[in-house]
Design a protein around this ligand. Structure first.
Ligand SMILES: [Zn+2]
Length: 253
């Protein structure tokens, strides 16, 4: 069997018969792949730690007839602290589901960028005290941008005029922001304050430190969250389970 190496992030896993696991991996080299980790559910397995969701490992894989087989792996980053904080665990799980939903199997275009983007978001989530929703919405917008699904936030999706200020709207079905005159111009429009629009416009441009320096108001974050929630749901064409859980978690605060 031919084999190859890859640096992989575990984004999903399922149990198979006989103690095996099937892993969905996002690799820096090939994009998304599925692989079987044989015997991974046995406590003594060499794979037992590595097959946890959002673990990053360096892997040797063998090309199988239908599914590739994980032969060896060495953990690079386990993101262990994320697993003990429900707020951060829920968001990390959501990042992985979103990456899974917005990528196709074995599409190497953008693979390295998406791998870096996703592991950087997990690292920020783990290592900083920043508002985890700032990191979450920045990740959503960057991922959408890389995959060609960016919402339009600098001009009105109805009349095309540049949006400068004031209370505006956002329509998930029309794909972005609505100017103050058109803000009720779509059935699904939700309102956005100027601050929330500013957050939507600036988040995809900001990295690391600049992102952490951003302290939007709670109201602006709620508006951004609601707009992106419906926008992503529409673009993903299927429910995102971890987003429902995140909604419940946010509502309980
Ligand atoms: Zn307009």
């Amino acid at each position: 069997m031919p084999s190859y190496t890859a640096t992989a992030l575990v984004i999903h896993r399922n149990n198979l018969a006989e103690n095996d696991r099937i892993l969905t991996l996002y690799t820096s080299e090939l994009g998304k792949i599925s692989a079987v980790a044989k015997g991974a559910r046995k406590p003594t397995s060499k794979f037992s730690g590595a097959t946890e969701i959002f673990t990053v490992f360096r892997a040797l894989l063998a090309t199988g007839r239908s599914l590739d087989i994980l032969s060896q792996c060495e953990i690079v980053q386990a993101y262990t602290p994320l697993r003990y904080d429900l707020e951060r665990l829920a968001r990390a799980t959501y990042f992985c589901e979103l990456l899974d939903r917005f990528t196709m199997e074995r599409d190497p275009v953008n693979a390295e960028t998406l791998f870096q983007l996703s592991t950087a978001a997990l690292r920020l989530l783990q290592e900083t005290e920043a508002d985890p929703d700032v990191i979450t919405h920045a990740y959503e917008l960057r991922l959408l941008a890389e995959q060609g699904y960016s919402p339009i936030c600098d001009s009105c999706v109805k009349c095309g005029r540049e949006i400068t200020r004031g209370q505006v709207g956002f329509s998930p079905s029309l794909g972005g922001a609505l100017c103050s005159s058109d803000r009720y111009g779509a059935e699904d429009s939700v309102s956005l304050t100027a601050e929330a629009l500013g957050v939507l416009q600036s988040l995809p441009e900001l990295d690391g430190e600049a992102l952490l320096a951003l302290h939007p108001s709670r109201k602006a974050m709620q508006e951004v969250g609601r707009a992106l929630r419906w926008y992503i749901k529409l673009r993903a064409e299927r429910a995102i389970k971890s987003a429902d859980f995140l909604d419940q978690l946010r509502a309980s605060q």
